[in-house]
Design a protein around this ligand. Structure first.
Ligand SMILES: C[C@H](O)CC(=O)C(=O)O
Length: 261
């Protein structure tokens, strides 16, 4: 049964992304606790993209805020794949025409210099494997109509990932207070979201440990060079019109997501 179900759900979500026409939730076809099936749908689309020549450059972690976890009745984060064609530079225009119902969130990105292949990782493993951190903005988007998602919907839909913007000032972890770092996100100069590193599972390193363990369990360990988007530091904000979002994170500086027509 799931032999046909996986490609059929994956195609439904992929078509939604390609056509810009969102689809009903997939949770009618995936039991709410069937995480394995939801990740199999995600993986089918990862393979489809790779078959078309797209390159994985890292992973995003989602559902790292306790408030969002509660909303979706889950007690753990999820992850999705980041591809090179989802990456934008600081201030580089991102066409809204590529998106359906985008939202932005400010995050801390970690870039690895070593593989993470242990079954259980520690803070020391993550710190030792991290080359540098960057201020970042994730653009999430849902291929599900009206963001009507539960856990299995967003997992199947590549953790609702769409694009990401990396800042251009690499900072070593030794120079940062990750949980204490305050974040402000402004839209065209007006503050629309605030938070801190602690909002991401208490510390973005907790999220990174979770991801590193999970990727080993899935048989695709994190590798040197991977970008980790560690999770939102404050509430997501809808993008409804062209404009500029600027995230400022203590110790990391700023990064701009510029949306064009
Ligand atoms: C639905 C998304 O995974 C939200 C997200 O990226 C986050 O919680 O962080």
């Amino acid at each position: 049964m799931s032999g046909q179900l996986i490609p059929s759900l994956a195609t439904r979500l992929r078509n939604a992304e390609c056509t810009g026409q969102p689809v009903p939730p997939v949770r009618g076809d995936i039991a709410q606790d069937d995480m394995a099936l939801a990740y199999a749908v995600q993986q089918a689309n990862v393979e489809a993209r790779r078959a078309q020549g797209e390159r994985i450059v890292g992973r995003k972690i989602g559902l790292t805020s306790l408030a969002v976890q509660k909303q979706l009745s889950v007690d753990q984060p999820d992850f999705g794949a980041l591809f090179a064609n989802m990456a934008y530079g600081d201030g580089q225009p991102m066409p809204l025409s590529r998106l359906i119902q985008p939202k932005v969130e400010a995050e801390i990105a970690l870039v690895l210099k070593h593989d993470l292949t242990q079954a259980q990782h520690t803070f020391a493993d993550i710190i030792g494997a991290t080359d540098y951190a960057l201020a970042a903005i994730e653009v999430v988007d849902s291929r599900i109509q009206n963001w009507d998602i539960r856990f299995v919907d967003t997992v199947a839909d590549n953790a609702s990932s769409a694009m990401f913007v990396l800042g251009s000032r690499p900072v070593p972890l030794a120079d940062l207070d990750l949980p204490g770092a305050a974040m402000t996100l402004a839209r065209d100069g007006e503050v629309v979201s605030q938070g801190s590193g602690a909002a991401c599972l208490g510390n973005p390193l907790n999220a990174a440990v979770w991801l590193a363990d999970m990727m080993v369990k899935m048989g695709t360990p994190l590798r040197a060079g991977d970008v980790l988007m560690t999770g939102a530091l404050g509430p997501m904000v809808a993008v409804t019109a062209p404009g500029t979002f600027t995230a400022q994170i203590d110790g990391l500086g700023s990064v701009r997501a510029v949306f064009s027509e």
